[in-house]
Design a protein around this ligand. Structure first.
Ligand code: BG6
Length: 533
């Protein structure tokens, strides 16, 4: 026996040429490489184009990720000139008309009027695009962004197909089509849409966007889990007591969205997509390679293993809520039924909480509580992993409120991914309170992006549009994942369509309906206040 400590083998640093790094989507380029393509936005008169898409493309262009030659062409039914479209976008981005960078970008912005339900419109669009591309000196690569109403997805892609604008996936020309949500309204409609689109577009030409996957902090869940060695061994049924995933919003129904929202509701709008994506990233196994197929496969296994948290009727594990009038952030807020373009007798849920489990070796028996809602007290999105308590309570502390004091035992360690706001990660653990006794005290180790990096976080749409330009589908949803997510929520959708169903009421500005608290208290748990450290 010697006293030498065991040697830790250090892997030799791998040397990779900068050229190769620039080509590797998963490693991400160290050097900026400008992508050249024509970006066509169908449905360009909608809010998404001005609020998200054009700002993201402008940001990519300014950072050198989008080549100076790439045209961006907005297409919609309304009549507009290139000049009026440029002016509208400039106002939306709040840039000065004489800003030289903007002027350079604006010269590549075009607008073409077309009726997307009419096949002739696409023939004309094709020839317009060819002219624009010839003058810009680009060819062979197009990204078509479907920013239209969902009912126009299929007619538009049929139109592209009929006009000969969908090249074979393995040919010299590239077409990538980005589809915004909602992708279907339920399992059957999503299947139907997938199968009909599948006859027109290959899977590698189809990019189903979930903007949550483009958020820096959401991607960091994977990096934190698989780029460190000390946390991952704890993330399983042996150590985790339960997990809470929250997407809370303080806003109500934005003007103009009522028509869509009253048909969708919180389950379809946020839980079926954004919340389930957060769940997959938190629970999935490490992929063998950090490549799209491997990551999709692992996410898919999680959705396939999802089960209701409790047996019996849906209301044992799913709660629907709808907000009534109240106060949010000190201001009066009207009820959901009084919002713009909402049916005054609507039963649509603005809040949903689910108790679910993941039936696999790693997570068997660990409750996952999911919730999302509008008109909650604050905007806060987070994943909180609560660990089991130590097996024995050796320490306590005295906590007093007024004259009443309690003996308090250890609080559970909690690891929190703060997706927004105050983006970061915190870990709550216990320490000794200074003094002559062994008193236990909870403290937090906190990482925040602003303190650590002093840089602005890229917008989700910047990252996602760049990935489409590069042909990396890692952060997009594959059709089987999407179908599995619909399959899981379908029994809840069915139950909530029944005539006897009524959502539970909660006052705007409160934490949600009381029934959602019962969902957890039945198992000895309670919701965290989202956003707390
Ligand atoms: C969208 C929903 O997908 O996500 C909206 O349609 C919701 O209703 C939004 O407000 C939340 O996204 P974020 O990025 O603001 O958390």
């Amino acid at each position: 026996m010697t006293n030498e400590s065991p040697r830790v083998e250090q892997a030799a640093p791998t040397q990779v040429s900068a050229e190769r790094l620039a080509d590797s989507p998963s490693q991400g380029p160290r050097r900026v490489r400008a992508e050249e393509a024509t970006v066509v936005i169908l449905g360009a008169s909608g809010d998404l184009t001005a609020r998200k898409l054009v700002p993201a493309l402008y940001a990519l262009a300014r950072q050198g990720y989008l080549s100076e030659r790439s045209p961006v062409v907005g297409v919609a039914r309304r009549e507009k000139t290139d000049q009026s479209f440029r002016e509208e976008m400039r106002e939306a981005l709040r840039v000065n008309a004489d800003d030289a960078e903007w002027q350079g970008f604006a010269r590549r912005l075009f607008y073409r009027q077309a009726d997307l339900t009419n096949a002739d419109g696409f023939t004309q669009l094709k020839s317009s695009l060819e002219t624009i591309e010839r003058e810009a000196g680009v060819s062979g690569k197009r990204v078509v962004y479907m920013a239209t109403a969902p009912e126009l997805f299929l007619p538009s892609i049929e139109g592209l197909h009929a006009a000969g604008m969908v090249p074979p996936p393995d040919g010299d020309e590239t077409l990538r089509v980005v589809l915004e949500k909602p992708f279907g309204h339920d399992l059957n409609s999503a299947r139907e849409l997938s199968s009909r689109l599948g006859r027109l577009l290959a899977e590698e030409q189809t990019y189903r966007i979930d903007h949550y996957l483009g958020k820096e902090t959401v991607q960091n869940i994977l990096l934190f889990r698989f780029g460190n060695s000390i946390f991952e061994p704890l993330l399983n049924r042996g150590h985790v007591d339960h997990v809470q995933i929250t997407v809370a919003e303080s806003q109500g129904i934005e003007r103009g969205r009522g028509g869509y929202y009253d048909k969708a509701g919180a389950l379809r709008d946020v839980l079926q997509n954004h919340v389930l994506q957060l769940l997959c990233l938190t629970a999935m196994e490490p992929p063998s390679y950090f490549l799209a197929k491997h990551i999709h496969d692992e996410r898919m296994k999680v959705v396939e293993a999802l089960r209701p948290g409790e047996a019996g009727p849906v209301d044992r594990w799913a709660v629907a809520g709808q907000y009534t009038a109240g106060r949010v952030g000190g201001e009066a807020a009207r009820s959901y039924r009084e919002e713009d373009r909402i049916d005054p007798s609507s039963r649509r849920e603005t809040y949903v909480a689910l108790s679910v489990r993941i039936d696999n070796w790693r997570w068997a028996g660990v409750p996952f509580y999911l919730r999302t809602g509008k008109r909650l007290p604050e905007r806060a999105t987070e994943v909180a992993i609560q660990f089991k308590l130590p097996p024995q309570h050796l320490f306590t502390t005295v906590e007093c409120e007024g004259d009443i004091c309690d003996l308090v035992e250890a609080r559970p360690n909690t690891l929190v991914f703060r997706i927004q706001p105050h983006e970061g990660i915190s870990l709550m653990f216990s320490t000794k309170r200074p003094g002559m006794q062994y008193q236990i005290h909870p403290v937090t180790m906190d990482f925040t992006y602003t303190n650590a990096f002093h840089t602005h976080l890229p917008e989700a749409y910047e990252r996602l549009l760049l990935d489409v330009l590069r042909g990396d589908s890692t952060l997009f949803t594959r059709s089987d994942e999407l179908e599995a997510a619909w399959r899981f929520v379908q029994p809840v959708l069915d139950a909530w369509e029944r005539p006897e169903h009524q959502p539970h009421e909660y006052a705007a500005g409160s934490g949600g309906p009381a029934a959602a608290d019962t969902l957890l208290s039945r198992r000895g748990h309670r919701w965290r206040r989202p956003g707390t450290r």
